[in-house]
Design a protein around this ligand. Structure first.
Ligand code: ADP
Ligand code: ADP
Ligand code: MG
Length: 673
């Protein structure tokens, strides 16, 4: 085994690799860009080497700098993680030349599988079922249309060098092929420096199911079952699970056999993933092979009990696989949610900022349920525009799928992250979604379940009652605490009425408090005209002032609610519901009615910049009439080009930004008449 390993990556995956290396007694070397000087992976490694500016092309993607860092520190091997140089054959070759071991597959396998056109050809040869399509480079839009019409609509236009969901477009008509061909080609060019695109049949309502394979340098190849990753937005995975609720033992065996056959065909000798799309009838078609560790590998680790990074390091060091196919056991069910710095209410646009608060839920194994966090950040750290906006992965494992889902829901509720927008509210809602719980999935799931985009749900029923009870209890505790302060001036003792009115959105609920500081607490809601029928809620909690998450039992069920103080109340988040809950005495409520109401400005006449970004182009000019859906402006953020479209028919009155402008969120780009 190696004695020193360099990790050519950053964020959660670098941290995750360091953990295994440390357990195996291997010393670790981190590399970092200027933007990552204070990053967690740098802290965790035994040594760290600076490799240049924030831009990945000048640091994490710079082969020479990384090879030099390995040489300078005496690292014998490099683990590339995912993304960056992980699937770059030039990198693997450069390491070979420098005499450093690449903890990944051999160069030939990377090359063969790195190109979607070539890998599909190889797969067909290895008797793997592939998506019907045209296996050649397409010259121009005219040829694209011809081929699309031969295959039959809908089709998918894809970058041969593509990855991470980039450079692909669905087309249902001639017009969409023409448009998609151009945009796919230019996105491929800017993302991968390779503008070759091809076309295949678009499989409707498919499920994304992939097989984890593992090979060594002695010709052994096994598979570790499947993962389902159908919950995607913009063709990028958000939630993954193992096993798939769709797959039966027979299909698993068939897919596994094809994946192993493809891996053997290229002499695969590391951990890798063969991706398939699967239709309703469990017909499966090969999509691509990823010749690296996958983001979602933890779900496989939790159901198999293996450590995939350990296996990768061992086979890289020349050891034989420690297990045979017949020894692979799949136990229980694991779910992974990817926590992104992005705004789910704004079509998942990236968000940036400082992690003002970062408090993960309780981790570890208890009562047969495991909660794992793979994270690359710490409180105080910064989410910059330079890298992927994924900040952590939360994984749960339980004997049954629904238990793992329930537990994930609670863990997400208890995860406190402040400083920028993130997708936890969205994930928390998803965990309570009936269709997800039933497991009837497709890659269109998000689009179908949230047709108008994600809006935080309004508080109703039990969720509303929990929020009211918590707001009232905190207010009650704080009043009692104030009363209990010693050394107060003598005089008339302060008296607090125990009846409160909790205002939640536009609703008012009357509550009566019982119990207090050192005992159980009960809240009686409603009755006497405000907030519906009378009902009683019992709370048990250790919560204390200043803690951002109110955790406890409510009517004997575990709950976790995010609590942030605001004027006269608390901003609360629970199961994706985000509300301001204000607590008043009855007299205050009477007086409130006399207060003037502040009117919010009407911004419907403006096109506002939805995220901090750079104006790439403006597609309209002053005086122009636009119809709903027209592209108005292109803004680049997080290396993604975002097309801002007209929400309704309108006339452009003023153009207030120009290409090259760097805009803040909510900056005005256009004014409509
Ligand atoms: P997985 O299939 O492991 O879930 P994704 O497709 O979501 O992986 O991509 C994993 C990460 O790697 C993402 O950060 C993505 O941006 C990056 N990535 C994937 N393929 C490439 C590639 N060919 N070039 C650059 N980055 C890539
Ligand atoms: P990447 O390298 O970017 O991960 P993939 O080929 O793996 O690209 O595709 C990513 C996602 O796009 C898949 O998970 C699937 O949801 C969707 N997709 C890709 N090809 C097709 C297709 N032919 N039909 C339907 N969906 C597809
Ligand atoms: Mg893929």
């Amino acid at each position: 085994m190696f004695s020193k390993l360099l990790i050519a990556n950053r964020g959660e995956i670098a941290c995750r690799i360091i953990k295994t290396a440390r357990r195996l007694g291997i010393k670790t070397v981190a590399v970092y860009s200027e933007a990552d000087r204070d990053a967690l992976h740098v802290d965790m490694a035994d040594e760290a080497v600076p490799i240049g500016p924030a831009q990945a092309t000048q640091s994490y993607l710079d082969i020479a700098k990384i090879v030099n860092a390995a040489k300078a520190t005496g690292a014998e091997a490099i683990h590339p993680g995912y993304g960056f140089l992980s699937e770059n054959p030039d990198f693997a070759r450069a390491l070979d030349k420098a005499g450093v071991v690449f903890a990944g597959p051999n160069v030939k396998a990377i090359e063969a599988m790195g190109d979607k056109i070539q890998s599909k050809k190889l797969a067909a040869k290895a008797k793997v079922s592939t998506v019907p399509g045209h296996l050649g480079v397409i010259k121009d839009a005219k040829e694209a249309v011809k081929i699309a019409e031969e295959i039959g609509y809908p089709v998918m236009i894809k970058a041969s060098a593509g990855g991470g969901g980039k450079g692909m477009r669905i087309a249902y008509s001639r017009k969409e092929v023409e448009e998609g061909f151009g945009s796919s080609k230019s996105e491929a060019k800017s993302s991968f420096g390779d503008d070759r695109v091809f076309i295949e049949k678009y499989i409707e309502e498919p499920r994304h199911i992939e097989i984890q394979v593992l090979g060594d340098k002695h010709g052994n190849v096994i598979h570790l079952g499947e993962r389902e990753c159908s919950i995607q937005r913009r063709n990028q995975k958000v939630v993954e699970e193992a096993p798939s609720p769709l797959i039966d033992a027979k299909t698993r065996e068939a897919m596994g056999a094809q994946a192993v056959s493809l891996a053997r065909a290229v002499g695969y000798d590391s951990a890798g993933t063969v991706e398939f799309i699967v239709d309703r009838d469990r017909n499966f078609y090969f999509l691509e092979m990823n010749t690296r560790l996958q983001v979602e590998h933890p779900v496989t680790e939790l159901v198999t009990g293996l450590d995939l990074v350990e296996e990768m390091l061992k086979v890289a060091a020349g050891e034989k696989l420690s297990i045979k196919q017949k020894d692979v056991r799949l136990a229980g069910s694991a779910i992974e949610t990817r926590i992104y710095a992005e705004d789910p209410t704004r079509n998942f646009l990236p968000s940036t900022g400082r992690l003002v608060r970062y408090k993960p839920p309780p981790l570890g194994t208890e009562g047969g349920i495991t909660t794992r966090l793979d994270s690359g950040v710490e409180e105080g750290g910064e989410i910059s525009v330079y890298y992927d906006p994924m900040i952590a992965k939360l994984i749960t494992h339980a004997p049954k799928r629904l238990t793992a889902i329930e537990h994930m829901g609670n863990a997400l509720d208890a995860f406190a992250i402040d400083g920028f927008r993130h997708n936890i509210p969205f994930l928390a809602v998803l965990m309570r979604n009936e269709r997800w719980r039933e497991g009837s999935l497709s890659t269109k799931f998000i689009a179908e379940e949230f047709p108008e985009g994600f809006k935080p749900p309004r508080p109703k029923g039990e969720v509303r009652d929990v929020l009211v009870a918590i707001a009232a209890s905190i207010d009650h505790l704080s009043n009692q605490r104030r009363r209990a302060i010693t050394q107060q001036m003598h005089g008339e003792p302060v008296r607090f009425a125990e009846i409160r009115i909790v205002e939640l959105v536009e609703e008012r609920v009357r509550v009566t408090m019982e119990g207090g500081l050192d005992g159980p607490l009960s809240v009686v809601l409603g009755g006497e005209g405000t907030g519906g029928k009378k009902r009683k809620i019992n709370l048990a909690t250790d919560w204390w002032f200043g803690v951002p998450v109110f955790e406890g039992m409510i009517n004997s069920k575990p709950v976790a609610v995010q609590v942030r103080p605001i004027l006269n109340g608390y901003h609360l988040t629970y199961q994706g519901v985000e509300v301001a809950a204000r607590v008043f005495t009855e007299r205050e409520t009477e007086l409130m009615a006399k207060m003037p109401v502040k009117v919010r400005p009407d911004t419907s006449k403006y096109l506002l910049c939805p995220m901090p970004g750079l104006v790439v182009s403006l597609n309209v000019s002053e005086g122009q009439e636009v119809v709903a859906g027209d592209a108005l402006c292109v803004v680049e953020a997080m290396k993604m080009e975002n097309v801002l479209k007209a929400e309704r028919d309108a006339k452009v009155a003023k153009v207030l930004a120009k290409p090259g402008d760097s805009l803040n969120v909510d900056a005005v780009i256009l004014e409509f008449a």
